[in-house]
Each structure stands twice: as C-alpha cells, then as structure tokens.
Write a protein that binds this ligand. Structure first.
Ligand SMILES: NC(=O)c1ccc[n+]([C@@H]2O[C@H](COP(=O)([O-])OP(=O)(O)OC[C@H]3O[C@@H](n4cnc5c(N)ncnc54)[C@H](O)[C@@H]3O)[C@@H](O)[C@H]2O)c1
Length: 270
C-alpha cells in the first residue's frame, strides 16, 4: 500500500476506534450535577454526544445551562433530594416523561462530607451522611437500572462516584464517616455489577483524589499539604476527572465492570 494510503487507513482506523468513546444519541442522568465534579461529568458526557439530565438540591451553575448551546444536546435540571425515597421516585418519573424513558448512563455523584472527630460523631450526623452518600446513591442506581432494563438499552452503564477516601485515611481531615460511606460505594460496586451483568448493564466506580470544588473550598489552609501529597504536585480541577467518567460510560470500556478507577494525581500510589 502506498505510504499516503497507509496513513489514511491508519487515520480512519483511529477514528473508528475513537468512535467507541462517542455517546451520541445516548441519555445520561447525573446526580449532584449542578456544580463541581457532577457538573464536569455532565459536561464531559454532553461533549461526547449524550443528552444529560441532572438531579440536585441547589440551582445549576451557568455552565450547566450552557451545555445545550455548546454541544447541541438535550439537557434538563430537576430539583431532587436524592436522600428522599419519594423525592427520588418523583424525580425519575418527571425525567422519564421528558426524555421518553431513554436512559443509558447513570452517574450517582451527589455526596456530602462532615468534618468531625470520630469520638464526637453523632448518630444524626452519620445518618444524614449515609442517607445521601450510600442510600441515595444506591437507590439512584437501582431506579436507573430498572429504567434501563425496561427500555432495553444495549449501552447501560452506571458510574458510581466513590473517592480516594475509600482507599486510604485522609490524613489532613477528620472524616471517618465519609471514608466509610465511600468504602460502601466502592464495595457495593462489584456486587451490583454481578447482578446487572445479565441485563448487559455495566457498573463501575471512580475514586477521585483532591478536587477543587465547594466540598474542598472550606479548607484553603490544607491546599499546600494536599499538593505535596500528590505525585504531580497539584490539586485536580473537576475537568481532570471527567475523562474517566466518559470512558466508563462509553463502549471504550465495554470489557470493564465491577472495577474502580482512581484519579488522584498519584496520592494513593506511594
Ligand atoms: N472534591 C473532592 O475532592 C472529591 C474527592 C473525591 C470524591 N468526591 C465526590 O465527588 C462527588 C461530588 O462532590 P464535589 O466535590 O463536586 O462537591 P460539591 O459539593 O460541589 O458537589 C456535590 C453536589 O451534590 C449535591 N447534593 C448534596 N446532597 C444532595 C442531595 N441530598 N440530593 C441531591 N443533590 C445533593 C450538592 O448540592 C452538590 O451540587 C461527591 O460524591 C464527593 O464525595 C469529591
């Protein structure tokens, strides 16, 4: 084959391979998508071609409203408290109606942290945290899976948002309950993946390291320490972790299920 033709064939093959990352025509739901990591995931999924709905309790930032214009996909924001069983069910009902039951990708990302010493943690504080980080995430995934089974999608992917805090103790923070909740997310992942495999739905998790969001904004005094914990010497922007979400949502990760991807600048690696 002449060199030019060979190059052309390689380029075409590369494009074909890259098309496995395409989410064109798919529909995604992201909880906690009004800002921070969830917003970055929503934008990344839209950039890859997916229509995106978000559930959140705070109003969506301007960057969410810009998605439709920027990427030419359908978007919708729903005010939904994912820790409420009824709220979650109502949110899904509205979303199903507006998006004609389409759903291929679900990213349960809504989460909170509580900074309290282990010896002072109250039952109420812990329960509030679990109702969002564990129960809310679990039942979001369950309702999403039911919808995917009902609509017969061939591209079902659930991407649970865990944390580096499920792998290690966060040395600068007092967040034992948060670490435990993220451990629950990471360990429920393979168990759910096993049960959904027969429906062709994949389930994986992402464990981000330190990311600049509202969650970490109240700790400016810890920033320098966090940088020194990372091998690459910096804290992530939300956009730094969105690629892992797009990958797990897409057919590029078709052989992955029940796994966790750590995106932490190397914090847990040394
Ligand atoms: N920022 C980090 O360093 C970091 C690291 C690892 C994992 N995470 C995880 O990433 C996820 C997103 O966090 P973030 O850093 O973007 O923080 P964030 O506070 O900016 O985002 C969390 C979002 O979840 C929403 N939310 C909270 N409770 C909710 C509820 N009951 N119902 C619906 N929405 C609710 C919030 O309103 C917010 O929009 C969380 O699960 C968090 O644990 C964050």
């Amino acid at each position: 084959m002449p060199a030019g033709k060979h190059q052309e064939a390689i380029t075409q093959e590369a494009l074909l391979n890259m098309s496995r990352f395409s989410l064109k025509g798919r529909t995604a739901l992201v909880t906690g998508g009004a800002r921070g990591c969830g917003l970055a995931f929503a934008r990344g999924l839209a950039e890859a071609g997916a229509n995106v709905a978000v559930f959140d309790v705070v109003p969506a930032e301007e960057a969410f409203h810009a998605i439709e214009k920027d990427w030419g996909v359908q978007t919708a924001y729903y005010k939904v408290d994912i820790s409420s069983k009824e709220g979650l069910q109502e949110g899904f009902a509205k979303f199903q109606k507006d998006f004609h039951n389409a759903l291929d990708i679900c990213v349960p990302c809504a989460g909170i942290n509580r900074h309290l010493p282990f010896l002072e943690f109250t039952y109420k504080d812990h329960q509030d945290l679990l109702s969002i980080n564990v129960l809310g995430l679990y039942f979001t995934a369950q309702l999403a899976a039911k919808q995917m089974i009902a609509n017969g999608t061939k591209h079902g992917s659930v991407v649970l948002v865990a944390s580096m805090a499920s792998h290690i103790a966060v040395r600068s923070q007092l967040c034992s309950a948060y670490c435990g909740s993220k451990g629950a997310v990471r360990s429920m992942c393979p168990a759910i993946a096993k049960e959904l495999a027969e429906y062709g739905i994949r389930v994986n998790s992402i464990s981000p390291g330190y990311v600049k969001t509202e969650m970490t904004a109240s700790f400016p005094h810890l920033l320098e320490g966090w940088k020194s914990e990372a091998m690459n010497g910096r804290i992530a922007e939300p956009e730094d972790i969105m690629g892992a979400c797009v990958f797990l949502a897409s057919d590029a990760s078709l052989y992955m299920t029940g796994s966790d991807i750590v995106v932490d600048g190397g914090v847990t690696g040394w």
